[in-house]
Each structure stands twice: as structure tokens, then as C-alpha cells.
Write a protein that binds this ligand. Sequence first.
Ligand SMILES: [Zn+2]
Ligand SMILES: [Zn+2]
Ligand SMILES: [Zn+2]
Length: 148
Amino acid sequence: MKEYERLFTEYLEARSQRLTQPRRLILEAVFSLHDHFDVEQLYHRLRIHNEEVSRATIYRTLPLLVESGLIQHSLRQADRDFYEHILGHPQHLHWICRKCGTVVETSLDMVLPLINKVASQQRFQIEDYQLNLRGLCWKCADNENENQ
Ligand SMILES: [Zn+2]
Ligand SMILES: [Zn+2]
Ligand SMILES: [Zn+2]
């Protein structure tokens, strides 16, 4: 059994729920995507493999996956919520271009020690975080400067 399958089964069983076939298919699809995805992308991923899972089931299953700690809600863009699996992926920064929508990820290696230092100064226990920076990517910034 795969690690994510074991963890999700445990999470569900603690709530007297089961890893049903639709949930299993969604779980597999989520861990086959190694990038940010929204409900539509997940739905199409399942359709490609001819899996009959409704959007409604996906909408109901995503919060369970978030709460189990296997995935996170990463960002909201153009009124769409994007998720990504975090088991096996270290947390990272998101650099989001407001113009072209490009999302670049960089490591938290340099930033995290600083955040932890400030947190300990405040005697604050961090349980969760999401670091999204919005602005213009270099391409869009170049275009804006040219058009001025
Ligand atoms: Zn991955
Ligand atoms: Zn851009
Ligand atoms: Zn990400």
C-alpha cells in the first residue's frame, strides 16, 4: 500500500469513513499530478482514464484531503482554487504573476530560518503557513516598461 493511501485510510477510519472507490481514484489522480491543480484539471485527469467520478464528489473529497494533511490549498487565482499534494513535496514559496498568471516556486531554505527566528522571539508556535507573493514576472514587467 502506498504511503498516501495508508495515511488517507487512517484519517478516514478515525472518522468512521471508508476509502471508497471514487475517493481512491481521486487520491491516485491527486498524487499523479506534480503541480498545482484545480477541480477542473482533476476532473479532466480522471476523465482521460475513463474514471467515472463526478465534480461533486471531487468537491466533497478535497476538503478531506486538505484536513488529512496530504494536500494543501496553495493559491486562488482568477476565481479558481488551486491545490497541490504536500506529502513528498517540501513547502515552498509561490511567486504569482498577476498579469500572465505564471506561478514560480522557490525553496524556503533561506526564508524559513528567518521566520522561525521571529516566531521564537514572539514565542509563537507555527502550525501552518502559506507564502504567496504577488506581482509581475520579469517578462510582464519588461512588457510594461516597453509600452510606457
Ligand atoms: Zn509529487
Ligand atoms: Zn507575467
Ligand atoms: Zn506550489
